[in-house]
Design a protein around this ligand. Structure first.
Ligand code: GLV
Length: 331
């Protein structure tokens, strides 16, 4: 453990620790706060740097790459009021530890649904229509001519079935886009209130049925103790041997060892992964599969979306420091 000495501070004078440089507009909004800003680098700060810079903070504005646990909360000091995550997923934050210390935790729901759903459809197309593979093929200088049997992929709009695990905001945005491709849509049970169109178009089924019937299985659930390794050996065995697994949620929802074995053994047809179990490390075994498409956690990486996320996390911190309710507290 890194030793830290809490700087004397109270809520009124506490600093704002911005763990990573946010978008320019969000950084400009922070300037209006009459508080010391402790701003981290563009790259993820090391644990040691977080523990060194957080003492005295009344607000921590972080991203999904920083683990905010009891040690960091205690290092900040008793004046800490809010941890504002610049992400919708908040599995990087020990919410119970924050609550126990009277610290509000906020996230950024709603502003990244469309961008993440767009990327999901991009990954589905990249894998099923072999776009990434075709790109590699040409870059490698492979000789070719057009042919009726050349690099044929799955025809999404010829009745392919998409199974959505996690029909929340992002899952629903994915379903909407999939319907534009004439896909049949299945989803696991949801607490979301579906509208009439969604109720007519999306068939709610249990997980085994979804795994058995889907040509594409797409993950949109949060990472919780219940969803860690939800996609394991057993789940993969239930999928079609031609099916594509898509993960734009969180890496640990999929058991990587099980996925590698399923790909190697032909138990599933392919995978498209934007997130990884031990980010930013990508298991090198995944790189060897032609039928796997990989992107570096780009789900929300679209300009207006990133700006909205950063403004929202700043807005949450500003609200709590001003004694107002947070805009988007985690439940
Ligand atoms: C991105 O992964 C997020 O949770 O916002």
């Amino acid at each position: 453990m890194v030793g830290v000495t809490a700087a004397p501070a109270d809520v009124a004078t506490g600093s704002v620790y911005v763990a990573r440089l946010l978008t320019d507009d969000a950084m400009a909004s922070l300037q209006s706060l009459d508080r010391t800003l402790v701003v981290g680098p563009e790259e993820p700060p090391t644990r040691e740097e977080i523990l060194r810079r957080v003492p005295g903070a009344a607000a921590i504005i972080c991203t999904l790459t920083e683990r905010i646990d009891a040690e960091v909360l205690d290092a900040a000091g008793p004046q800490l009021r809010v941890v504002a995550n610049t992400a919708v997923g908040y599995d990087n934050i020990d919410v119970a530890a924050a609550r126990a210390r009277g610290v509000v935790v906020t996230n950024t729901p709603g502003v990244l649904d469309r961008a993440t759903a767009d990327l999901t459809l991009g990954l589905i197309l990249a894998a099923t229509r072999r776009i990434a593979e075709g790109d590699r093929f040409l870059r490698n200088g492979t000789p070719w001519t057009w042919g009726p049997r050349m690099m044929v992929g799955l025809d999404l709009s010829a009745g392919a079935t998409l199974g959505i695990i996690g029909l929340g905001r992002i899952g629903r945005a994915v379903a909407q886009r999939a319907r534009a491709f004439d896909m049949q849509v299945l989803a696991t049970p949801t607490r979301a209130e579906l509208d009439d169109d969604e109720r007519a178009a999306i068939q709610i089924v249990d997980l085994p049925e979804l795994l058995r019937r889907s040509d594409v299985v797409s993950l949109h659930c949060p990472l919780t103790p219940q969803t860690r390794h939800l996609i394991d050996d057993d789940a993969l065995r239930q999928m079609k041997p031609t099916a594509l697994l898509v993960n734009t949620a969180r890496g640990p929802v999929v058991d990587t060892d099980a996925l590698v074995a399923a790909l190697a053994g032909g138990e599933i047809g392919g995978a498209a992964l934007d997130v990884f179990e031990d980010e930013p490390h990508v298991d090198p075994r995944l790189l060897g599969f032609e039928q796997v498409v990989l992107t570096p956690h780009l789900g929300s990486a679209a300009d207006a979306t990133r700006s909205a996320m950063c403004q929202m996390s700043v807005g949450n911190a500003v609200a709590v420091l001003a004694g107002r309710p947070p805009l988007t507290p985690v439940s």
